[in-house]
Design a protein around this ligand. Sequence first.
Ligand SMILES: *[C@@H]1O[C@H](CO)[C@@H](O)[C@H](O)[C@H]1NC(C)=O
Ligand SMILES: *[C@@H]1O[C@H](CO)[C@@H](O)[C@H](O)[C@H]1NC(C)=O
Ligand SMILES: *[C@@H]1O[C@H](CO)[C@@H](O)[C@H](O)[C@H]1NC(C)=O
Ligand SMILES: *[C@@H]1O[C@H](CO)[C@@H](O)[C@H](O)[C@H]1NC(C)=O
Ligand SMILES: *[C@@H]1O[C@H](CO)[C@@H](O)[C@H](O)[C@H]1NC(C)=O
Ligand SMILES: *[C@@H]1O[C@H](CO)[C@@H](O)[C@H](O)[C@H]1NC(C)=O
Ligand SMILES: *[C@@H]1O[C@H](CO)[C@@H](O)[C@H](O)[C@H]1NC(C)=O
Length: 295
Amino acid sequence: MMLNKLLLLLCLGGSGFAKEPPDADCVVLHLKFVKCTWNRYGNVTVNYTFNSWFEGEDARACEMYLTNNSIKTGCIQPYGDKNNRFRTFHMQLVHGNDTFPKTADLKSKVKLNPPTNLTVQNGSDWNLWFYWNQTFAWCVQNEVRYRTNYKKWDTNTVNRGKLNYCINLPSSRSRYELQVRSRFHEACGASGWSDWSETVMWGSNTGPESDQGMVVWITVYVLAPVILILMVVLLLRYERFRIIFIRVVPKPYLNSIGERSNQPWPQLSKVFKEGFKANYHEQPCPVREYRQVSQ
Ligand SMILES: *[C@@H]1O[C@H](CO)[C@@H](O)[C@H](O)[C@H]1NC(C)=O
Ligand SMILES: *[C@@H]1O[C@H](CO)[C@@H](O)[C@H](O)[C@H]1NC(C)=O
Ligand SMILES: *[C@@H]1O[C@H](CO)[C@@H](O)[C@H](O)[C@H]1NC(C)=O
Ligand SMILES: *[C@@H]1O[C@H](CO)[C@@H](O)[C@H](O)[C@H]1NC(C)=O
Ligand SMILES: *[C@@H]1O[C@H](CO)[C@@H](O)[C@H](O)[C@H]1NC(C)=O
Ligand SMILES: *[C@@H]1O[C@H](CO)[C@@H](O)[C@H](O)[C@H]1NC(C)=O
Ligand SMILES: *[C@@H]1O[C@H](CO)[C@@H](O)[C@H](O)[C@H]1NC(C)=O
């Protein structure tokens, strides 16, 4: 028991005193900067001082620290000569009397900026041409991906140094979307891919507009006939109503509003006529209004 406790204490004490070096990781940004970070696990609690240099250079103190919650977690240094990535990169993380040195090979750890000025041209040869710009073009290999009408992306490699891509016989009824990304070709020391460039689009605007088209289509081909049929039905009902009404009352025609010819009714009593007149005047109003609505 005593021995176990003693061992445990020794272990805890040992781990407490052991200085774990923070794991620094670096990437070269577009051959302009070296960006190093050392808080991948989020367990760094002290501020380290960072120094770095490429083989054969003088040590350089960090020019710009990156911080998170007021703890230094990274540094951005100038990159220098364009061939520096082929040299060994040295770095130091210093805290108090502790110095943690590390070296790295940054040859393949280059991240280029995405290609710029991606443009599309509808060629007179019925082809669709895409152009873009990239620094170090002669050393860079580009990859293009495009899709039509929001389907799956189709990825294609472009030869080193080429800054254009062509799609044969595009359908102007489709919507084309294209993006490009870059990396250093093997011939220049292969690197990882850049992010994808901005998207360039060509072709008919399907999508949100097509939804609008759908609405129009439904209105014209579905709603319109339904409304028409409804109107016909209502009209027929109205007509029948009028026909029945007319048959029930034989020739009670008025010359003008409220003035009735006495000729077809010589045998009817005045009381009946007056009663009928009242009824007659009550009936037509809803009929007339009904007709106005149906128009
Ligand atoms: C942080 O945690 C990682 C993994 O657990 C470890 O390798 C590293 O040494 C730790 N860093 C510090 C500064 O404690
Ligand atoms: C800052 O640290 C927190 C936790 O310590 C982490 O969740 C967050 O992603 C960090 N932010 C950046 C920009 O690294
Ligand atoms: C670390 O450095 C930052 C900025 O330089 C400072 O604001 C912060 O107080 C420092 N933190 C510690 C724990 O020394
Ligand atoms: C750092 O080193 C100096 C001289 O070697 C020593 O006097 C001092 O106590 C050390 N500090 C720590 C925190 O170990
Ligand atoms: C190319 O793009 C850059 C930034 O993306 C812009 O400043 C520049 O004007 C563009 N050049 C052309 C010719 O479009
Ligand atoms: C593309 O070019 C062809 C031939 O020049 C032309 O017929 C077609 O209308 C153009 N399409 C678009 C969408 O500009
Ligand atoms: C690429 O850049 C060159 C020079 O800066 C310019 O002449 C060319 O028009 C650009 N290409 C595109 C597609 O913007």
